[in-house]
Design a protein around this ligand. Structure first.
Ligand code: UGA
Length: 438
C-alpha cells in the first residue's frame, strides 16, 4: 500500500516537528506557512527556533527530498491528509483566538471543493470544545473528512514525544474517516500506541483536561512548597518524592518552582476558565490553579526582601530565562515578570541563558546586561536567582559563586543545586520550598 502524502499547515513548534518526523518516516510532506521568512529559513536548512534533534531532522528531510516547504496552500491538493497546526493564541480577554484557524479552514474548504478523492483535514491546533463541529459546516458538499487529533508533545522533547506518544486520540464525525486516520497511524508506528476513538468534541476537551491537570499538579505542589517555605526543617522535594510513590498520585509534574510558563499551560488554563464561565461553578478549581501560579514569582521577591537585596542599585544575576530547559522559548516565562518588577525597583540586572538570550534581548534591549558565560553573570553580584533548570547549572558548586559574587545570596527557584553542598555560615542559599539551606 502506498503511504499517504501529508501536508502540514502552520509551522510553529508542533507543525514543524510533525512535518519533519513525517518526512523522516518516509511520508512525502508538504510543509506550509504564510510567513515567507520561515519558509526561506527552513528551505535553506535552518530551523527558526531551538529544539533538540530538529536540525538533524531538517537536514535529513531536505537531503532525502521528502519535504517541500511552500507558502502556497493550494499544494495540499498533492496530498491526502492535511494536519492543521496553526496557532490559537489567547485574545486580550483570555478566550482563545480562532482567527487563524477560521481563515485557514475557510481557504482549505475552497481549495478542496473540486477534489474528487477523499481528503482528510485533521485539526491538531488546541481548540475549545465544539469548534470543529462549527468548522465542519464549511466542508459541506465536499469530499473532505474532518477530524480532531490533539497533540501532547512537550517543547524540549518534541521529536521524542512524536515518536513515542503515550496515546493517539482520534476525534471523528464518521467511522470511515476515523478508520483512514487510524490506518495512517498504524503505518506510521512500528509499535503503535493505544489509539482512542471518540467524538470531535470529546477529543477537543481531552486536550484541555490534560493540560489543566498538569497545571493543577504544579500549582498543588507549589502550594505545599509555600507552606514549607514558612516552617523550618521541611522540604517540598522530599514530600513530592513521598507522595509520588503513591501510584494514585504518581511522581511526575510535582517539581515545585517559580510557576509554570510557556505557550500552552497558562493559555489553556485561562482558555478553559473562559470557556466554562457559562457553566455554573465549573471553573472554581481552574481559577485557583491560575491564581497560585500568578502569585508564585512573588515568593522570589519575598526572599530577596528577607535577604535585604531588593533595593535600588543592588546587582542581581538571573540564571535561566527560558520557560524550561532545552528550549529558547521565553513565552509566558517567569523571567519576564521578574525582570519587569526588578527593573521598576531599580536593580542592576545581569542575565544568562544557554539558548534564550537573543529572544530576551528583543524584549528588554539595553535595559539589562546579557552574559554568555555564567561567571560573567555572577560578577560582583549581590543575589543570584536560578530560574530555569538547565543542566549546566546543576554543575555549579559553592566556589563558583564565592569566587565571583560580592555577597553570596542564592535563590534556587528550581532546586537545581545540591543542597548538601550549600550549608555554610555567611552563605545564604535558599531553595524554594525549603528552609533547610539557611
Ligand atoms: C505542555 C504539556 O506538558 C504537553 O503535554 C502539551 O502538549 C503542551 O503543553 C501543549 O499543549 O502543546 P510544554 O508547555 O512544552 O508542554 O512544557 P511542560 O513540560 O508541560 O512545562 C510547562 C511549565 O511547567 C514549565 O514552565 C515547567 O518548568 C513547569 N513545570 C513542569 C514545573 O514547574 N514543575 C513540573 O513538575 C513540571
Amino acid at each position: 500500500m502506498n503511504k499517504p502524502a501529508i501536508s502540514v499547515v502552520g509551522l510553529g513548534f508542533v507543525g514543524l516537528s510533525l512535518a519533519l518526523v513525517n518526512a523522516k518516516k518516509g511520508f512525502f510532506t508538504v510543509a506550509i506557512d504564510n510567513n515567507e521568512e520561515k519558509i526561506k529559513k527552513n528551505s535553506s536548512g535552518k530551523t527558526p527556533f531551538y529544539e533538540p534533534l530538529l536540525d538533524s531532522y531538517l537536514h535529513y528531510s531536505i537531503k532525502s527530498k521528502m519535504i517541500h516547504f511552500t507558502r502556497d496552500l493550494h499544494e495540499i491538493l498533492n496530498t491526502d491528509i492535511t494536519f492543521v497546526t496553526v496557532g490559537t493564541p489567547p485574545s486580550k480577554q483570555g478566550e482563545i483566538d480562532l482567527s487563524q484557524l477560521k481563515s485557514v479552514t475557510n481557504d482549505l474548504a475552497k481549495i478542496l471543493k473540486e477534489k474528487k478523492k477523499r481528503h482528510l483535514v485533521v485539526i491538531k491546533s488546541t481548540v475549545v470544545p465544539e469548534t470543529t463541529k462549527i468548522i465542519s459546516k464549511r466542508f459541506k458538499n465536499t469530499n473532505v473528512g474532518i477530524l480532531v487529533n490533539p497533540e501532547f508533545l512537550r517543547e524540549g522533547s518534541g521529536i521524542h514525544d512524536l515518536l513515542k506518544p503515550h496515546l493517539i486520540v482520534i476525534g471523528e464525525e464518521n467511522k470511515k474517516d476515523g478508520d483512514a486516520l487510524e490506518r495512517y497511524y498504524l503505518d506510521f508506528y512500528e509499535k503503535p500506541p493505544e489509539i482512542l476513538r471518540t467524538s470531535t468534541t470529546t477529543a477537543e476537551l481531552i486536550k484541555y483536561a490534560n493540560n489543566a491537570f498538569l497545571a493543577t499538579k504544579i500549582s498543588f505542589i507549589n502550594s505545599i512548597a509555600n507552606i514549607c517555605q514558612n516552617i523550618p526543617d521541611s522540604d517540598v522535594n522530599t514530600i513530592a518524592h513521598a507522595i509520588g510513590k503513591d501510584t494514585r498520585i504518581g511522581p511526575l509534574f510535582l517539581k515545585a518552582g517559580p510557576g509554570f510558563g510557556g505557550s500552552c499551560l497558562p493559555k489553556d488554563i485561562l482558555g478553559l476558565i473562559k470557556f466554562s464561565e457559562k457553566f455554573k461553578d465549573a471553573n472554581i478549581l481552574f481559577k485557583a490553579v491560575r491564581q497560585v501560579n500568578q502569585n508564585q514569582p512573588y515568593r522570589i521577591l519575598e526572599i530577596m526582601k528577607e535577604m535585604g537585596v531588593l533595593q535600588r542599585g543592588k546587582r542581581v544575576s538571573i540564571l535561566g530565562l527560558a520557560f524550561k530547559n532545552d528550549t529558547d522559548d521565553i513565552r509566558e516565562s517567569v523571567s519576564i515578570k521578574l525582570v519587569n518588577v526588578l527593573l521598576k525597583k531599580g536593580l542592576d540586572i545581569r542575565v544568562h541563558d544557554p539558548m534564550a538570550l537573543g529572544n530576551f534581548r528583543v524584549l528588554f534591549g539595553d535595559k539589562i546586561t546579557y552574559c554568555t558565560k555564567i561567571e560573567e553573570c555572577l560578577e560582583k553580584s549581590e543575589c543570584c536567582i536560578l530560574l530555569t533548570d538547565w543542566k549546566q547549572y546543576k554543575k555549579l558548586r559553592r566556589i563558583n559563586f564565592i569566587k565571583k559574587m560580592k555577597d553570596v545570596n542564592i535563590i534556587d527557584a528550581r532546586r537545581v543545586l545540591d543542597q548538601s553542598k550549600f550549608q555554610e555560615l555567611n552563605f545564604r542559599a535558599i531553595g524554594l520550598g525549603s528552609k533547610i539551606y539557611r
